[in-house]
Design a protein around this ligand. Structure first.
Ligand code: PLP
Length: 383
């Protein structure tokens, strides 16, 4: 550990790995027994820390890891030389050789990619694994669905590539069940039109977290591809997935740096966007947008101190945030713990609520906690 690693914490994240493992088991238990679990761990496992999260998910038996790029896949290879890994983002031509070197599966959306990966597999003397992605209405990666049978045929005819999966991605699973049903229908129709298609041994996947909510035909897909829900976060506040009873893995903490009394009429922070209406006791917290409290949450966010909600006053600054603690029961002193996301003394601020205060979504909030914020891991095997 570095010298700074031993310093008292000013702002930190706690990651509950036992909750992560419980969540994976709960999600599995909510699905038919044969469904495989593709754990989406891109962007440093949604900011939770790829190494710790993937190690725990391996222990819990995830079937396949999905990451964005080669760098993330190489980090996984430090944990396991052969656990299946899928790259979700396009592979750049000068990255092709890493597919063979690190035994990675690539997402394929085009004839040009098949040709490139075929060449890599032939040269290596071992076919490159690919998941054929079908665009059923996301408008991002994937071959347009009407052209999918031709690309499937090209893959089958290429000795340097080996089909390992077929998948699609929903654009609006959390808000438009009718469109999601239509994407499912198009996906199935595309699979039906593949000449000689045999799904045995392949990963057939579509459902992200929100997709699980509206998956009537899910038994026809044999794998789910889950990010957010494994971290105990629902894709939207009224999600039916509450029935799965996952619990948050992530919590976000800071501390009181200074307590002081200010008279009514005082302007608070840069730009004086908040003016005190009463004599007010304020606490200056030791975290700001340099840690991951969005500036857009200025004058909107709340924090927990002694189990009481305290409003943020004025603009969030780089290293400090000011809150009103006038109504907090009991003494408040420099060093006291403050919860930004999580539980304290029976009160809770969810990551969804925290995200709403800056007009964003939990996915982005998790990716926005900066690298100066240490992640502390709770590892107990409490399953
Ligand atoms: C292609 C793909 N599949 C699956 C996921 C996981 O989605 P979620 O975190 O909503 O479960 C993502 C997330 O961004 C994705 O891009």
């Amino acid at each position: 550990m570095t010298a700074s690693g031993q310093l008292p914490r000013r702002c930190w994240v706690e990651i509950d790995l036992a909750a992560l493992e419980r969540n994976l088991k709960l999600i599995r238990a909510s699905l038919p027994a044969q469904i495989k679990f593709v754990a989406v761990v891109k962007a440093d496992a949604y900011g939770h820390g790829l190494h710790h999260v993937a190690a725990r998910l391996m222990h819990a038996g995830a079937d396949l890891f999905a990451v964005a790029n080669v760098a993330e896949a190489m980090a996984l290879r430090e944990l396991s030389s052969d656990w299946p890994v899928l790259l979700l983002s396009p592979v750049l031509p000068d990255e092709d050789r890493y597919l063979a070197d690190y035994d990675l599966a690539a997402t394929v959306s085009s004839a040009e990619e098949v040709r490139r990966f075929d060449a890599v597999g032939r040269k290596a003397g071992k076919p490159v694994a690919v998941h054929l992605k079908i665009d059923t209405g996301m408008g991002r990666l994937g071959v347009w669905h009407t052209q999918a049978p031709a690309l499937y045929a090209q893959i089958q005819a290429a000795p340097g590539v080996k089909l390992a999966g077929v998948f699609t991605h929903f654009s609006s699973a959390d808000e438009d069940p009718a469109f999601t049903a239509e994407q499912r229908r198009i996906f199935l129709h595309a699979l039906d039109s593949f000449t000689g298609f045999n799904p045995a041994g392949l990963f057939i996947h579509a459902d992200n977290s929100a997709g699980l909510e509206t998956a009537p035909e899910r038994s026809v897909f044999n794998a789910v591809r889950v990010g957010l829900l494994q971290f105990g976060i629902l894709p939207h506040p009224h999600s039916l997935l509450a029935r799965v009873h996952t619990e948050p893995v992530f919590s976000f903490h800071t501390r009181v740096g200074l307590v002081k009394q200010l008279p009514a009429g005082t302007g608070i922070s840069y730009g004086r966007t908040f003016v005190l209406q009463r004599d007010t006791k304020v606490a200056i917290l030791t975290a700001g947008y340099g840690d991951g409290i969005a500036r857009a949450a200025s004058n909107r966010a709340q924090v927990l101190l002694n189990g009481r909600r305290c409003p943020v006053l004025g603009r969030v600054t780089m290293d400090q945030t000011i809150v009103d603690i006038t109504d907090v029961p009991g003494p408040v002193s420099s060093g006291d713990p403050v919860v930004l996301v999580g539980h304290q003394a029976g009160a809770e601020i969810s990551i969804t609520e925290f995200s709403d205060w800056s007009d964003t979504i939990p996915w982005e909030t998790l990716c926005s906690v900066t690298k100066r914020v240490p992640r502390l891991y709770r590892t107990a095997l409490g399953v």
